[in-house]
Design a binder for this molecule. Structure first.
Ligand code: ATP
Length: 359
């Protein structure tokens, strides 16, 4: 029996509430299945660590994570520390250091959840967005000169490499192939961005030749937003650049009912390094410490984690428990219009797993 070594990094804000809740449901799952074992190690990196040490994570942080099978992450963001410091100092450092180049974001309307799309039946919205997670608009290339002078100049340079684009588009085709509809939409903006995005389109055409069984089309990113709202059932798997998919996936999460539900995985498909799973929401300081945070996005991320470490049966059991809980409006947190607390939702999922709350 394999023991799965899981690093937990709650980070900041409500990450400190939802990651411990995620660990609790994983422990509850293991308590009902003798063949499932986890070994957790918690890392206190983030804003408080920065105040003590002047950095978001220790210099050898990646080495301390390297031997893990997966990482469960909360959020990074602190009102007293600039966002680019918290983001680049922790989350992106792990994503880039471990070459987690595929950011995978499933979106569905879970039972009991109200979508703002009034003409949409729950089954109409069932997408997976694949976000390029290692280069593109967030490559970090660029700079600022002549700061404070009228001629100050600043650039953020989009870098797309043939190998980087090819691997993400290939990953998306492969993922699309595993889903019932075998359908991929490649999001582009090659009408306005005439270098990198034109190469992106060309690579999509060439990779598609290896996937004759996958139906695919191209959509400009602006048109893709309208299509998500007006014709959600025409989409299935979607691949987009780092920036485009960042925005599309927040829209997707809102259309599926709440930012608090949506999960994501930062995946190294070659499995050279641990992959990292996290809710897509941020640190949400407005509700932190009040027990109001919806832990479902973290629970669903734990489902993705289980699938990644080769525990599909446990993943299905956890997803079924989550759906049983979302189906009951008395167990909805405030972001879903209810009044349940993080603790109540967590205990309900543990109970649905048949393990009690373990408290
Ligand atoms: P960051 O700057 O770290 O990305 P943020 O606080 O600006 O984070 P988000 O955390 O992405 O933004 O969320 C925006 C708002 O949505 C929050 O202020 C909060 O009210 C709500 N929200 C987000 N996640 C949750 C959640 N899990 N449960 C309940 N409400 C949430």
């Amino acid at each position: 029996m394999k023991i799965h070594r899981i690093a937990t990094i709650p980070g900041d804000g409500i990450g400190k509430e939802v990651v411990p809740a995620g660990r609790r449901v994983l422990e509850a799952l293991a308590a009902t299945d003798p063949a499932l074992r986890f070994e957790f190690e918690d890392f206190d990196w983030g804003g408080d660590y920065y105040r003590r040490h002047g950095r978001m994570m220790p210099e050898d942080g990646l080495d301390r994570l390297r031997g893990k099978d997966a990482i469960l992450f909360g959020s990074a963001g602190d009102p007293d520390i600039p966002d680019h410091v918290t983001l680049w100092g922790l989350r992106l450092r792990i994503c880039q250091g471990f070459d987690q180049y595929a950011n995978v974001r499933p979106t569905r309307i879970l039972p009991g959840i109200d979508s703002p799309l009034k003409r949409c039946a729950p089954g109409d919205l069932d997408w997976v967005i694949v976000r390029e997670n290692s280069e593109g608009e967030y490559s970090g290339a660029g700079g600022r000169v002549h700061q404070g002078f009228p001629n100050e100049a600043a650039t953020d340079v989009t870098i797309m490499t043939r190998s980087g684009v090819e691997r993400i588009i290939r990953y998306a085709f492969e993922l699309a192939r595993t889903r019932p509809r075998k359908q991929l939409t490649v999001v582009s903006k090659s009408n306005a961005q005439r270098h990198a995005m034109v190469m992106w389109d060309e690579i999509a055409v060439s990779v598609s030749r290896d996937f004759p069984d996958v139906k695919w089309d191209k959509e400009l990113v602006d048109a893709a937003t309208a299509r998500m709202v007006n014709r959600p059932a025409t989409l299935d798997t979607i691949v987009a650049t780092n920036l485009h998919a960042d925005i599309l996936s927040d829209l997707a999460a809102a259309l599926a009912g709440s930012l608090g539900i949506a999960p994501t995985g930062n995946i190294d498909p070659q499995r050279r390094f641990p992959s990292m799973f996290e809710p897509i929401h941020g640190s949400a300081f407005d509700i932190m410490g009040k027990g109001l945070a919806n832990p479902v996005g973290t629970f669903w991320s734990a489902v993705m984690l289980l699938e990644h470490v080769g525990e599909p049966a446990a993943a299905s059991r956890l997803m079924a428990a989550i759906e049983k809980v979302t189906a009951d409006p008395s167990l909805h947190t405030r972001d879903l219009g209810g009044s349940a607390t993080t603790e109540q939702v967590t205990s309900a999922v543990c109970n649905a797993l048949g393990a009690g709350s373990h408290r």
